[in-house]
Design a protein around this ligand. Structure first.
Ligand SMILES: C[S@@+](CC[C@H](N)C(=O)[O-])C[C@H]1O[C@@H](n2cnc3c(N)ncnc32)[C@H](O)[C@@H]1O
Ligand code: SF4
Ligand code: SF4
Length: 429
């Protein structure tokens, strides 16, 4: 029972107060809730005076108010907002890892974020070195691992690597592949036994649209792979990257996915790797993008759909906390979108005491983490003092993209009013 414990918010709980409301948000769990400033003020005073919950409750004479305070405190406990919840949050957090086993690829997609096949990231590691990476990866205590690349299936030892992973790990395992090397029914059957889910990429809805990005003849190969896998599993997603020159194809792409009975995934284009050179040519033009919100009707919709009653999604980036990207050299990064040298946390093969280094999270004092944290909302110069910073962005890569393009101020002018709506008193309208 937490009532004997001291009233104290977790260090991961951020509080933003404005008008008469406060947003209480835990950036590790993504939980959030709006409370009155009055109640938050009561907790803050109790925290200063180092009161226990019981002591706090006994200060409230009026029984209805006391009951309300008990209920709110319990709700905040369920949402893991208190200091005493921190250990539990740490323990329940398993890691999510993306493991690139090669930088090589049989395709040369024009936007490839890791410039696969261009040999920019050094030579391939041996099977034994990859096995060492897999053993050390287990020190992160993962429950979600994605094998990717480059094209992971291009490695001759791909099946050996798959068996090695399965010999040390039994959590969720996904394969991210361009699909062109799944040609036989037997391969598909084997993969479905070893992997829990599959992400294939197509970037088009027919031969011409796919060829413009992935190359000639790739469309038929991917469709064939999807059909072979689909005979044995329904855990398949097919992706397309949305850019200004293919935006009108997105509905056709969705129709195609429906006909194949797979999940469509529309990815945002990231100006990374080969994509960097393409940015000006293919980036989505927000003003003419029909999928962007029509801001003139936002408030109308916000009120008519009672959106103020729903919890907004908050920024709860897990990069370098419980999400890691391991590249084919064993370099570890906070996320697939932060794979430049400046964001490198460490090399997993270079560690002399891997267990001590990883379990005590020494990488949090690396230059790589320092550089990555510049893209967390509280460190963005334009946003550091803003009460809406946790509502405004969904991920650090989005912030980085906007800082690179200088779009942050433009977007602020559009979105700022929208997020203000959460602090307005709509209940009384
Ligand atoms: C780098 S690929 C590796 C796996 C495999 N070769 C494939 O193409 O699916 C992983 C995913 O990243 C996506 N991707 C590549 N370049 C990207 C970019 N510039 N922005 C966003 N996603 C990108 C691909 O479309 C693919 O879905
Ligand atoms: S996106 Fe995938 S298939 Fe295309 S070049 Fe990059 S790694 Fe290869
Ligand atoms: S872009 Fe504007 S509204 Fe969004 S967090 Fe930054 S300052 Fe706040």
């Amino acid at each position: 029972m937490f009532k004997e414990l001291q009233v104290a918010f977790s260090e991961h709980t951020k509080i933003f107060s404005k008008n008469s409301k406060s947003l209480i948000a835990n950036i590790r769990t993504g939980n959030c809730i709006f409370l009155s400033n009055e109640i938050v003020g009561i907790y803050k005073r109790a925290e200063e005076k180092k009161l226990s919950f019981d002591e706090l409750f006994s200060c409230v004479e009026e029984s209805n108010s006391r009951e309300l305070l008990v209920k709110v405190s319990e709700k905040l406990d369920v949402l893991k907002m208190w200091k005493h919840n921190e250990k539990e949050v740490l323990n329940m957090r398993k890691s999510k890892i993306s493991l690139d086993i090669t930088n090589n690829c049989n395709l040369r997609c024009r936007h490839c974020c890791i410039s696969a096949g261009d040999n920019l990231r050094g030579k391939e590691l041996s099977t034994d070195e990859i096995f060492t990476i897999i053993d050390r990866m287990m020190l992160f205590d993962p429950n979600d691992v994605t094998v990717s690349g480059g094209e992971p299936m291009i490695r001759e030892d791909f099946f050996e690597i798959t068996e090695k992973i399965r010999s040390v790990y039994n959590g969720n395992l996904s394969l991210m592949t361009n699909g062109t090397l799944i040609k036989e029914e037997a391969t598909a059957k084997y993969l479905v036994q070893m992997y829990d889910s599959f992400s294939l990429s197509l970037d088009g809805y027919d031969e011409a649209s796919c060829a413009a990005i992935r190359g000639k003849g790739v469309y038929d190969e991917v469709i064939n792979a999807v059909k072979l896998l689909r005979k044995h599993t329904n855990k398949i997603s097919l992706s397309m990257i949305k850019t200004s020159d293919n935006i009108e194809y997105t509905s056709l792409f969705r129709e195609l996915c429906k006909s194949l009975d797979v999940k469509p995934v529309i990815r945002l284009f990231e100006p990374v790797g080969r994509g960097k050179e393409l940015y000006d040519k293919v980036t989505v033009d927000r003003e003419n993008d029909p999928s962007c919100i029509n801001w003139n009707h936002v408030e109308e919709k916000f009120v008519s759909k009672k959106l103020y009653k729903y919890k907004p999604q908050i920024f709860a980036c897990q990069g370098a906390i419980s999400e890691f990207q391991i590249d084919q050299k064993g370099d570890v990064y906070p996320c697939p979108m932060f794979m430049d040298e400046e964001f490198k946390l460490f090399n997993i093969l270079d560690l002399t005491e891997p267990e001590e280094f990883i379990t005590s999270r020494k990488y949090l004092s690396s230059n790589g983490f320092f550089n990555f944290s510049k893209y967390l909302p509280e460190n963005v110069p334009h946003c550091s003092g803003c009460t809406k910073q946790l509502l405004c962005f969904s991920c650090a890569a989005e912030i980085q993209r906007m800082m690179l393009t200088g779009d942050i101020e433009k977007r602020c002018a559009e979105y700022s009013n929208y997020f203000d709506m959460y602090w307005r008193d709509y209940e009384r309208i």
